[in-house]
Design a protein around this ligand. Structure first.
Ligand code: ZN
Length: 118
């Protein structure tokens, strides 16, 4: 997947939820999503796994924060947040194995490893 395709996936999900947002890949260490709808994704995520699964996870993570804000949900990486994130990831055949807020591993429904924290 290219940066352009990843951005398009994120934009399409936001659109489905009636959220205005902008996704940019930047040379930064950590990503963020502001309440104004600006999403920043670190460029290093593109090299973290084969086929950009990790970058796609990261886009979905930040998009999920905008959905969370849009629904007026409190907190940050809550169980409700993870439900939103997991449902979106499943569309792309990704299942997170969490270690606190972030996945230490991503697998697919066939049990294959897509990403594993190094
Ligand atoms: Zn987060």
């Amino acid at each position: 997947m290219t940066q352009k395709e990843l951005k398009e996936i994120g934009q399409a999900i936001l659109q489905e939820h009636g959220i205005k947002g902008k996704i940019k890949f930047k040379k930064i260490s950590g990503g963020r999503a502001t309440k104004l709808g600006n999403i920043s994704i670190p460029k290093w995520t593109l090299k973290e796994s084969k086929n950009q699964y990790y970058a796609l996870y990261y886009v979905i993570h930040e998009v999920s924060h905008l959905i969370q804000y849009h629904r007026g949900l409190k907190g940050c990486h809550t169980d409700e947040f993870k439900e939103i994130e997991k449902a979106l990831m499943l569309r792309y055949n990704m299942i997170p194995i969490y270690s606190k807020a972030y996945p230490k591993k991503l697998i697919n429904q066939q049990g294959e490893t897509l990403y594993e924290r190094g």
